[in-house]
Ligand binder design. Sequence first.
Ligand SMILES: *[C@@H]1O[C@H](CO)[C@@H](O)[C@H](O)[C@H]1NC(C)=O
Ligand SMILES: *[C@@H]1O[C@H](CO)[C@@H](O)[C@H](O)[C@H]1NC(C)=O
Ligand SMILES: *[C@@H]1O[C@H](CO)[C@@H](O)[C@H](O)[C@H]1NC(C)=O
Ligand SMILES: *[C@@H]1O[C@H](CO)[C@@H](O)[C@H](O)[C@H]1NC(C)=O
Ligand SMILES: *[C@@H]1O[C@H](CO)[C@@H](O)[C@H](O)[C@H]1NC(C)=O
Ligand SMILES: *[C@@H]1O[C@H](CO)[C@@H](O)[C@H](O)[C@H]1NC(C)=O
Ligand SMILES: *[C@@H]1O[C@H](CO)[C@@H](O)[C@H](O)[C@H]1NC(C)=O
Ligand SMILES: *[C@@H]1O[C@H](CO)[C@@H](O)[C@H](O)[C@H]1NC(C)=O
Ligand SMILES: *[C@@H]1O[C@H](CO)[C@@H](O)[C@H](O)[C@H]1NC(C)=O
Length: 377
Amino acid sequence: MGFPLRLLSSLLLCLLALLLHRATVTSGCFSMEREALLDFKAGIHDTYNRLSSWVGQDCCAWEGVICRATTGHVVKLDLRNTFDRALRGERMNSSLLALSHLKHLDLSFNDFNGIRMPEFIGSFKKLRYLNLSSTNFMGGIPARLGNLSSLYVLDLSDALHFTSHVDNLDWLSHLTSLKHLDLSWLKLTDLPDWFSSVNMLHSLQVLSMSFVGLDTIPASVVHVNFTSSLTVLDLSYNHFKSTLPKWLWNITSLTHLDLHESGFHGVIPDAIGDLGSLTFLDLGFNQLEGIVPKSMVDLRRLKELRMPGNQLTGNLSGWLEQMTNLIILDLSYNLFNGSMTSSSVGKLSNLTELYLGGNSLEGVISEVHFENLTRLQ
Ligand SMILES: *[C@@H]1O[C@H](CO)[C@@H](O)[C@H](O)[C@H]1NC(C)=O
Ligand SMILES: *[C@@H]1O[C@H](CO)[C@@H](O)[C@H](O)[C@H]1NC(C)=O
Ligand SMILES: *[C@@H]1O[C@H](CO)[C@@H](O)[C@H](O)[C@H]1NC(C)=O
Ligand SMILES: *[C@@H]1O[C@H](CO)[C@@H](O)[C@H](O)[C@H]1NC(C)=O
Ligand SMILES: *[C@@H]1O[C@H](CO)[C@@H](O)[C@H](O)[C@H]1NC(C)=O
Ligand SMILES: *[C@@H]1O[C@H](CO)[C@@H](O)[C@H](O)[C@H]1NC(C)=O
Ligand SMILES: *[C@@H]1O[C@H](CO)[C@@H](O)[C@H](O)[C@H]1NC(C)=O
Ligand SMILES: *[C@@H]1O[C@H](CO)[C@@H](O)[C@H](O)[C@H]1NC(C)=O
Ligand SMILES: *[C@@H]1O[C@H](CO)[C@@H](O)[C@H](O)[C@H]1NC(C)=O
């Protein structure tokens, strides 16, 4: 007889616990989380009253605050600025950590000029998405961000005031779940070891480090860890003063490769043909020279090919022929020569933009050569 009674009383206890739990949730919002949000709001200068809905009990109904329906906990704080109605951060209160279930934090395009990027952001243990793009924080990036081991999207592009310099990226190597990393427009000069930190991120799909002042890139490495995951690599607007690194051609998963104006010199190697998944390739405004390798014909999926402003030579027949998916082709300001009339350009019927100026092409061309380029703009 004791057994069913014990069962009944534990059932009752469960029910009681559940009721008590619900009691702390006032109209679908935990009071602790509401207080934390109000502390956060108190440190914000909200000129345009973007947070005017942040009153009353139910914080889950406030603009930018998203709660999980089943638990009532705040899981998402999306204060991304649109149409320049920026919030100005004057201080950021660590009481925000009361949002212990937060998975998604987006403060992008707001203005935190004058305060440092808060260390405590590294303590949101469940954070999966962090977007601090264009936030104008002062100082560096706190190494404690390396504690965010569940993070799979980290966008820190232009997150610091232009006077701020990042002097360490070691913390990055701990973010092993990361799929999307954007560090563009930060100052990463004098970081000779940047590649080994990034190379630890073996799940990486998107890596953007455009305009970061990098001047070194390893010519060869023992092993590239993201050879089968990385699809987007943007290292444009740096000054590497190096030849194209060999390990690039191992990343056969790449669909988008942007090395525009990055200070590369030397020839384009045969191995470029290994990147057969590429749909976008920009090698523009480097100091690349010599003949374009025949293996380029293997880049059949290319939709956009940009290689202006180099010293590339040879003719346009051969390697262009198969690239029938091309929509944009820019080969201007190179040393291409030979006959324009025998080139394969006239077969690229999907082209909407074509730039061949500033070369040494020969021959008489007429409308007939472009008769099939009906989409050309
Ligand atoms: C954070 O908010 C709490 C509660 O309002 C306050 O006591 C504390 O001084 C604030 N801390 C900072 C650094 O503003
Ligand atoms: C971060 O936010 C900006 C807009 O504020 C957006 O353009 C960008 O795509 C976001 N980054 C990621 C990785 O979602
Ligand atoms: C978090 O980061 C700090 C600073 O980098 C470090 O001292 C601490 O051990 C880290 N904590 C965890 C749990 O990784
Ligand atoms: C990544 O590659 C380096 C060698 O460059 C290696 O030492 C490291 O163990 C690899 N890391 C992972 C997580 O695969
Ligand atoms: C590139 O791929 C080749 C062949 O698969 C392999 O032998 C080599 O170790 C790889 N190199 C790097 C840097 O991953
Ligand atoms: C174009 O260049 C290739 C390689 O340099 C060469 O083999 C071919 O004969 C040239 N074709 C013409 C029409 O000049
Ligand atoms: C033009 O592009 C479409 C896909 O966008 C493709 O199906 C078609 O084959 C291309 N045209 C040519 C002539 O290859
Ligand atoms: C094109 O330029 C290359 C390199 O300067 C030269 O070897 C070749 O003879 C030139 N071809 C033509 C058709 O002028
Ligand atoms: C245009 O297409 C037709 C039919 O496919 C072909 O006969 C002709 O040679 C093409 N013209 C050019 C300039 O490639």
